[in-house]
Design a protein around this ligand. Structure first.
Ligand SMILES: NC(=O)c1ccc[n+]([C@@H]2O[C@H](COP(=O)([O-])OP(=O)(O)OC[C@H]3O[C@@H](n4cnc5c(N)ncnc54)[C@H](O)[C@@H]3O)[C@@H](O)[C@H]2O)c1
Length: 412
């Protein structure tokens, strides 16, 4: 058997990161800086880490979730001088926590985070390190929520770009990446059809919207639950059935949470679900499904197939939980995370956040910042270039039309 490089396929499908390595491989603009990177550690993350390293940075990396680390990727990265792992496959929650603290003791200059894990820890437990951090970037919705709380309290010691909130991140990664990878993993883990099933999607934000639209595209009957009345209305106008969770629990067969919130599916909902229901989470960490309540209700649990825990309830019903209620697209036995094409742009945005503050001289006060639109557009243009697609250039008259409010030469 020829030897396999675990990063080759991801490299082949991340042309934007390749263009960054080509552009900055010689000039090494990040040379002299140490960048900490927390993320789910699989092949695409490996290519992002390689890209930061190719641009001159020393990179320290740790997982953002203890159970999504691919050991072969960690080994491939550790083979480089200047890349250090604080991760291994099969870490316990305690080891995961400890590894992040170890990383922070190496005093990174910049923190690229997932879920605000490193940024929260550096502020809470390593203030002397935080005081010397130049800046950071955050790639998840849940991480932005934590950062907003830190910003509001005025405790942030350095500027952080909210990469998650850029159009280049959430319109592609959350909608298409989570949408396709969550459904793919449900289908592979259960070896069952999505088509024809009553699929309940909890939350109609970027991720939920992607999951619901794609599930319907596969032939499912979709039901959406929402806490925000505008999102509920949007789901209704998009053609999904909208219900509260009590009603949806009775109507659904497959349940997927994507809210960023806790206890979205809880005891009262398990009590209403039909026999054979499949339940999984594509949102935040492992808190969206109240697994403890399901355990308390069950007489016993079995494992009918790898990645599926079956809860046998006293009334004879069997409920099937995928990936222990953790992120189904990242921690299930067949999970490979988001498709490479979307991580290409997400990680290019993270690279850009670091480049802008470390190499391009953008100097900001501590706080949470929107990534400037020019950076977002630049990544979009790179992506279009790699796809061989062009945008329409505006004529001078068209540009002027945008800029004038009186429209003096208008014919009406
Ligand atoms: N699985 C992945 O790979 C992946 C990728 C990107 C984001 N995420 C995570 O997915 C979660 C959602 O991200 P998003 O970008 O869609 O966020 P979002 O803020 O756009 O959407 C979340 C939606 O959930 C709704 N909601 C909150 N509580 C609810 C409840 N109890 N019942 C029903 N709806 C409720 C909110 O009103 C909101 O509309 C976040 O935790 C994010 O970090 C996961």
């Amino acid at each position: 058997m020829p030897e396999t490089d675990p990063l080759t396929w991801a490299r082949d499908h991340t042309p934007v990161l390749e263009s960054l390595r080509e552009e900055f491989g010689e000039s090494q603009p990040l040379s002299g800086y140490t960048v900490a990177f927390a993320s789910h550690l699989e092949a695409k993350t490996g290519v992002a880490i390689e890209t930061l390293h190719a641009a001159g940075a020393e990179v320290l990396f740790a997982p953002s979730e203890p159970q999504s680390t691919h050991g072969d990727v960690v080994d491939a990265l550790e083979a480089h001088d200047g890349i250090t792992a604080f991760a291994w496959e099969g870490m316990t929650d305690a080891e995961f926590d400890e590894a992040q603290h170890d990383l922070l003791e190496h005093e990174p200059d910049f923190i690229l985070d997932d879920g605000c894990e490193l940024i929260a820890k550096v502020h809470a437990d390593h203030p002397e390190v935080a005081a010397n951090v130049i800046g950071g970037g955050e790639q998840t919705t849940a991480g932005i929520t934590r950062l907003e709380a830190m910003d509001e309290e005025g405790v942030l010691a350095f500027p952080v770009y909210g990469v998650n909130d850029t159009p280049m991140k959430h319109f592609f990664d959350n909608v298409h990446g989570t949408g396709e990878s969550a459904l793919t993993n449900v289908a592979i883990t259960t070896n069952s059809l999505v088509s024809g099933r009553d699929v309940v999607v909890c939350g109609y934000g970027y991720c939920g919207r992607g999951i619901a639209r794609k599930a319907r595209g596969m032939g499912a009957q979709t039901i959406v639950t929402e806490a925000d009345p505008r999102k509920a209305l949007e789901a209704h106008m998009d053609g999904h059935r909208v219900m509260d969770m009590d009603e949806a629990a009775e109507a659904g067969e497959l349940f997927i949470t994507a809210t960023g919130n806790r206890d979205v599916i809880r005891e009262r909902h398990f009590e209403r679900m039909p026999d054979g229901a499949v339940i999984c989470n594509a949102g935040h960490f492992d808190v969206e499904i109240e697994v403890g309540a399901l355990e308390a209700l069950a007489e016993k649990t079995t494992t009918p197939k790898e990645g599926i825990t079956r809860y046998h309830l006293p009334d004879g019903r069997e409920l099937n939980l995928l990936a222990e209620g953790r992120l189904v697209n990242l921690t299930g036995p067949y999970s490979q995370g988001h498709p490479a094409e979307v991580m290409d742009t997400t990680f290019a945005m993270m690279f850009t956040a670091a480049y802008d503050m470390l190499a391009d001289g953008t100097d900001l006060d501590p706080g949470l910042y929107t990534v400037p639109d020019r950076l977002d557009r630049a990544v979009a243009s790179r992506k279009l270039d790699t796809l061989g697609l062009s945008t329409e250039g505006l004529t001078d008259r068209q540009q002027a039309y945008y800029e004038e409010w009186e429209h003096p030469d208008s014919s009406f």
